[in-house]
Design a binder for this molecule. Structure first.
Ligand code: ADP
Ligand code: MG
Length: 696
């Protein structure tokens, strides 16, 4: 039977396992597989053979260049293209690619943020092939996924700690599973990232320097219509958007990115793309590819894709849900089983996760902190900045009963002899979801909903993996010496004890309510509202200790990340400030002044013929007062920004932005927005919310 187009093209631009098997000699393929599956280091002769086969495959698929594709601390991807071409000296060329070129690259590390790790005298950094993520072709370039490290081996990127955290959780999970008599070959964490974004007309985008330079509107008064009619979510997709989404799917499928679901989101012009989950590190690579394709392909349709967490005030911002689970040889460990032992194991994993989230709620909060996400978290559209866990109607009574030590009986789950409840296999269909919870059990996985739409999901997954590894470690260490006869009872006791100790993190109520922050404070749960508030968490001794213990990040690496993150926040805000000043001075003020002048001329002319244009006169006065307010706002913002920039310590700079600069930005915005309401659209220099959000 002929294959359909999708089946035919799926993964056609990826150097897949099948391609490797077909093109590599059997022993070479076997060796490579060991490297991919078991973290074995690659031998240069094997690398040479793989490079050769990869190059032939790439040339056949139209590639002319190759690049090491990596994720510096900016979170986005970087690439530098080198052609395969090598002159032979007699006027001809050879297309070549060596094992050395495949395995290692040397970009100039001094041009990427390093948080001070890379002293300027040693600018060298290396990109190192990550064979667990397959190579692919993008725009005629063979892209080789890599990790980016310094000359002395410190991680300079988002991927290295993620890979290390995957090793940590796998190691500890295997110890835990061994006690249940299971010895899986591989334990991996799985991630399915749901990506939200906005689509607006490209011409509107280009007319707004704030969108172009900062990704969000820094000005704009409330549109006549928002999302109150609740008509956009899951609504019919407009033809232009549909064509765009189809092209995105086609392109992603060629790259073996398993794009699955697409729909309209809550805010006008907001959409979502969700792929099928994959191993965490691969899912994150694929999410970055998806983000890149969304941006790029939008331009084919006269659209601009906005991935910022808060492009528009007055309507919802965009997040990225991190659906997380853990699987042993393909079996999801958060899937309750059909016999008591499986259920006990499920309960151990569940309790471990609850404990992990409670003990490291501050770190999890930190991993989603960014200037952009600060506009969302806690703004009644996204989970609050307080981390809590939602278990749902099925699981909560089970957990309650376990904690109380009481037998559990209900329609859906029943107690059996061993004292282990048999859990029904219905969690998967658990539809009673609490959309306001930051960390929700959704049937057979947890959904971490605080992540920002433009963020690289590595950081939250590094913390999740490491924190869970720590709990599995505790479980195994405690139970490894328990005689087999007592295992079930001891394991159940461990579950009880762990759940009881971390009860405070479980919250099934409304996370948007005014009572929750008060209740959370009573429970001792951290509530860090902004990025500068959350930043110091990273360098708390116990957190450094955690990363160190599980080989995920060294102390210098953690400290460097803290500095890089603090600096990035200030840099972003500085750009926002400068963009505001530019727009206010060069666009809004002249527009308002010219509207006021034209009005004033009209008023004067009318006066000459004896007409007293009362309303117009009043409007001129209002506009003039508005210009004064804007001018004052500009001076104030400029001064406060300069004061913030003058601070030495990165944390002090960020605190200053939070305390003085951001309020000054809000004041200036309010002054301009109040003018937008009364200035004619013919004079207004940029498209407004009405036209940007509701285009046809
Ligand atoms: P929603 O949360 O919007 O209702 P779904 O329940 O369909 O959506 O799933 C959302 C995401 O969760 C998808 O990307 C899906 O692949 C992913 N997912 C499902 N099972 C797992 C799992 N075991 N591990 C990680 N992600 C998963
Ligand atoms: Mg979801």
């Amino acid at each position: 039977m002929a294959k359909d187009k999708v089946t035919e093209e799926y993964g056609s631009l990826v150097f897949t396992d099948a391609d490797m098997q077909e093109r590599l000699p059997k022993p070479t393929y076997k060796e490579l597989r060991k490297v991919i599956d078991g973290g074995k280091t690659i031998d240069i002769s094997i690398a040479n053979e793989v490079a050769h086969a990869m190059k032939d495959w790439a040339l056949e698929h139209g590639a002319t260049h190759y690049t090491h594709w990596f994720q510096p601390l900016t979170g986005i991807t970087s690439e530098k293209h080198d052609s395969f071409m090598n002159p032979t000296g007699d006027g001809t060329i050879l297309m070549s690619f060596s094992g050395k070129e495949l395995v290692k690259g040397e970009p100039d590390a001094s041009s990427f943020p390093s948080g001070g790790l890379r002293a300027t005298f040693e600018a060298r950094g290396y990109t190192v092939w990550d064979p667990t993520s397959p190579a692919f072709i993008k725009d005629e370039v063979l892209c080789i996924p890599t990790a980016f490290i310094s000359y002395t081996g410190e991680a300079l990127d988002k991927k290295t700690p993620l890979l290390r955290s995957e090793v940590a959780v796998e190691t500890q999970a295997k110890r835990m599973l061994k006690l249940f008599g299971r010895e899986p070959k591989r334990v991996i964490t799985t991630v399915g990232p749901e990506q939200e974004y906005f689509l607006i007309k490209e011409e509107d985008y280009e007319a707004r320097p704030d969108l172009v330079l900062t990704g969000r509107t820094l000005f704009g008064c409330e549109p006549a219509k928002g999302q109150e009619l609740e008509e956009h979510y899951f609504g019919a997709i407009r033809p232009t958007v549909n064509n765009f989404m189809k092209e995105v799917d086609d392109e992603l499928w060629k790259l073996a990115v398993p794009a699955k679901t697409k729909h309209n989101e809550v805010a006008p012009s907001q959409h979502e793309l969700a792929p099928i989950f994959e191993q965490a590190s691969l899912a994150i690579d694929d999410n970055l590819l998806a983000m890149e394709k969304l941006k790029l392909l939008a331009t084919h349709h006269g659209l601009a894709c906005l991935e910022h967490e808060k492009p528009f005030e007055y309507v919802n911002g965009s997040g990225k849900h991190d659906n997380w689970s853990i699987a042993a040889d393909g079996k999801n460990l958060l899937e309750p089983g059909s016999n008591p032992e499986d259920n006990l194991q499920f309960l151990v994993v569940l309790a471990s996760l609850i404990a992990a989230v409670d003990e490291h709620a501050d770190l999890l909060r930190l991993t989603v902190a960014s200037a952009g996400n600060d506009h969302r978290l806690g703004a009644n559209e996204a989970p609050p900045a307080i981390v809590s866990v939602f278990l749902g109607d099925e699981l909560e009574p089970v957990v309650e009963a376990l904690m109380a030590g009481s037998p559990f009986k209900s329609g859906s789950a029943e107690q059996i002899d061993l004292g282990v409840p048999t859990l029904p296999n219905i969690f998967r269909d658990n539809t009673d979801r609490n959309r306001t919870s930051p960390f929700a059990f959704t049937g057979n996985k947890f959904e971490f909903r605080m992540c920002g739409s433009q963020q690289n999901l590595s950081d939250p997954n590094v913390v999740l993996n490491t924190a869970v590894a720590e709990q599995f470690d505790k479980f195994a260490t405690e139970l490894e010496h328990v005689p087999a006869d007592n295992f079930v009872e001891s394991a159940l006791n461990w579950v009880r004890k762990t759940l009881k100790a971390h009860k405070r993190i479980i919250f099934n109520g409304n996370g948007y309510s005014d009572e929750w922050p008060i209740e959370a404070e009573k429970r001792g749960l951290p509530n860090m509202k902004t990025t500068p508030d959350a930043l110091p968490v990273l360098i708390k001794p116990e957190n450094i200790q955690l990363f160190q213990k599980y080989g995920v990040l060294t102390e210098p690496e953690v400290r460097a990340r803290y500095i890089a993150k603090a600096e990035q926040y200030a840099k972003l805000l500085n750009i926002e400030v400068k963009t505001m000043l530019y727009m206010a001075r060069d666009m809004y003020m002249p527009a308002i002044i010219s509207f006021a002048s034209d009005l004033a001329t009209g008023v004067a002319t009318k006066a000459e013929i004896g007409i007293d244009a009362k309303a117009e006169k009043a409007l001129v006065a209002k506009l003039t007062a508005g210009v004064d307010a804007i001018a004052a706002g500009i001076d104030d913002l400029e001064a406060k920004n300069a004061a913030a920039q003058a601070k030495e310590d990165p944390q002090a700079v960020d605190d200053e932005y939070r305390d003085t600069v951001i309020p000054a930005m809000e004041t200036l915005r309010a002054a301009v927005d109040s003018m937008e309401v009364i200035v004619s659209t013919d004079y207004w220099p940029v498209p407004n919310y009405n036209s940007m959000l509701f285009w046809v």
